[in-house]
Design a protein around this ligand. Structure first.
Ligand code: BTN
Length: 265
């Protein structure tokens, strides 16, 4: 499998800003960590950190993001939006909507599991890790990290992911053939730029509507594990801040800011 071809990416890239400044590394501990360092050094908005493999890929809730070489996309974008800290999680929704649009353009049926997993036939194909850098109450920058399982074969998924392989998939496993990671990333960056610019100019309403339209959640029975409780209920929707709204068996409504969600139905 060839290494990532940055020249091919540049040829396919049609964005104004996102990814035009590209820092490519054959291997990194984590593209998110490097993007943070660059953010602190004053790198401009839109800078992209890309790696062909990660040795310490990070997922939600201190999980590991398994990142074998030359198969997948591991990318982090440095954004400098004017946001209140409470709005930071909305950037994850931007990425989730953009990912779904990109995959659907390739003919792949997929949707979003709250907060920001992208699933194909109930299996996770992509994840998003958004991290904010604050100074006091002011957002200095946001790093949005995206991992997409692109060209791992079913055998490689089994080997690399071990016990979690049955919950995961790749685009290769779905389509039965490989995809150009460079063309896919160019398309993803175009979609991300579109939704990010809309969010920055029009606010959260169009984004929340787009997220809901791509969500697999409404009406589903779920369990939701938070650091101090396990909730069960039916999903009502998400709030303006991107939090999950659940109705439990007693009819009480709960708002969860973060949780590990499982489908029960
Ligand atoms: C999740 O679903 O748990 C989030 C996974 C995010 C993985 C990506 S890969 C690129 C970037 N660098 C990291 O260390 N994590 C994110």
């Amino acid at each position: 499998m060839p290494s990532f071809d940055v020249k091919r990416l540049r040829q396919a890239l049609q964005t104004r800003m996102l990814g035009q400044r590209c820092r490519y590394f054959p291997v990194l501990p984590s593209t998110n960590t490097t993007a943070h360092l660059l953010g602190r050094q004053g790198e401009p908005e839109g800078t992209m950190v890309l790696a062909d493999a990660q040795t310490g890929g990070r997922g939600q809730g201190s999980k590991v993001w398994i990142s074998p070489p030359e198969r997948n996309l591991y990318v982090s974008l440095l954004l400098r939006p004017s946001l209140a800290p409470a709005q930071g999680p909305l950037i994850s929704l931007v990425a989730a909507v953009a990912l779904v649009d990109t995959l659907r353009q390739e003919g792949i049926a997929c949707g979003i599991k709250w907060p920001n997993d992208v699933l194909i036939h109930a299996r996770k194909v992509a994840g998003i890790l958004t991290e904010m850098e604050l100074q006091g109450d002011v957002v200095q920058f946001v790093v949005v990290g995206i991992g997409v399982n692109v060209n791992m074969t079913p055998g490689e998924l089994d080997r690399e992911l071990g016990p979690i392989a049955p919950t995961a998939t790749s685009l290769q496993a779905t389509l039965g053939h490989e995809m150009s990671r460079e063309v896919l990333l160019a398309s993803l960056l175009g979609s991300l730029e579109h939704w990010y610019e809309r969010f920055c100019t029009e606010g959260s309403a169009p984004l929340l509507e787009a997220w809901q339209a791509r969500s697999l959640m409404p009406g589903r029975r779920v369990s939701a594990r938070t650091p101090d409780a396990l909730w069960e209920g039916t999903v009502v929707g998400i709030t303006q801040a991107g939090h999950l709204l659940l109705r439990d068996v007693d009819g009480a409504q709960r708002t969860l800011t973060s949780a590990e969600v499982r489908f029960l139905d």
